[in-house]
Design a protein around this ligand. Structure first.
Ligand SMILES: *Cc1c(COP(=O)(O)O)cnc(C)c1O
Length: 238
């Protein structure tokens, strides 16, 4: 068995165990495999192990990988639909390739970006699923909307034709302390519930990475973004 296949099994077992302890139905938690810095053949290995949703941060790398993966699947005469999620920072002059190549964007943090994505979404594709990124730890350097401004932005995005507003995403300040991890995720859960009172169709709380997945599951994550626990340690030199 390949290492990626084995890692995916371990991650899936953990999700099962943590959701059981949290009294949650495991079917309400989706696993997004974050493949940034990893090659198309690594993605193919994860596909062979049943993974269908992949997350990418860097646009150029992602666009090349998406077509290479499609080409490899074609050559293996495998036709399975993959869902590509853009989870990295977005420059407003780079929205078109995002609108054209992805199924989801997790990192929308201003209206201008949402409007451009909506306009540029090709009409033959389903609306682009979007989450608003929240700066939940209040770090100056982090992207994301301040919690107090989230609802206003969500209400403005809700009316955009080319988009389907799904929920919230965060990357909290890294902490090894589970209590601290849970506190940030609990703030997200609370914010998500407040937004749902106004926009009942919201269904996605994108939070939890390799080192804080247990805390995220306990606090209600519906989509985990897991990279290194599946693909191994990243080497940014590649
Ligand atoms: C890299 C990245 C992840 C995955 O992180 P791991 O610690 O490798 O699981 C998740 N979300 C975002 C936004 C990332 O940039």
């Amino acid at each position: 068995m390949s290492l990626i296949t084995e890692n995916l099994q371990v991650v899936r077992q953990k999700i099962q165990r943590f959701s059981h302890s949290a009294g949650r139905d495991v079917a309400t938690i989706e696993l997004l495999a974050v493949s940034k810095t990893f090659s198309a053949p690594s993605v193919i290995e994860a596909v062979q192990a049943g993974q269908r949703s992949f997350g990418e941060n860097y646009l150029q790398e992602a666009v090349a990988k998406i077509s290479e993966v499609a080409h490899l699947l074609d050559r293996n005469q495998q036709s399975c639909h993959l869902y590509w999620h853009f989870i990295g920072p977005i420059q407003s002059n780079k929205t078109r390739p995002i609108a054209e190549n992805f199924s989801w964007v997790h990192s929308v943090d201003r209206l201008k970006i949402a409007e451009r994505l909506s306009q540029q979404r090709p009409s033959e594709l389903a609306p682009l699923n979007v989450c608003v990124q929240v700066n939940v730890s209040g770090e100056l350097s982090k992207s994301g909307v301040a919690p107090d401004d989230v609802l206003e932005l969500m209400l403005a995005i809700e009316g955009l034709q080319g988009l389907r507003l799904r929920g919230l995403m965060c990357v909290p300040e890294a902490s090894k302390d589970v209590t601290e991890q849970k506190a940030a995720f609990a703030r997200m859960r609370h914010l998500f519930e407040q937004c749902k009172l106004k926009i009942p169709t919201l269904d996605t709380l994108s939070m939890g990475m390799s080192d804080d997945m247990e805390a995220a599951i306990t606090e209600g994550s519906t989509m985990l973004r897991i990279g290194s626990a599946i693909f191994g340690k990243r080497d940014y030199a590649n």
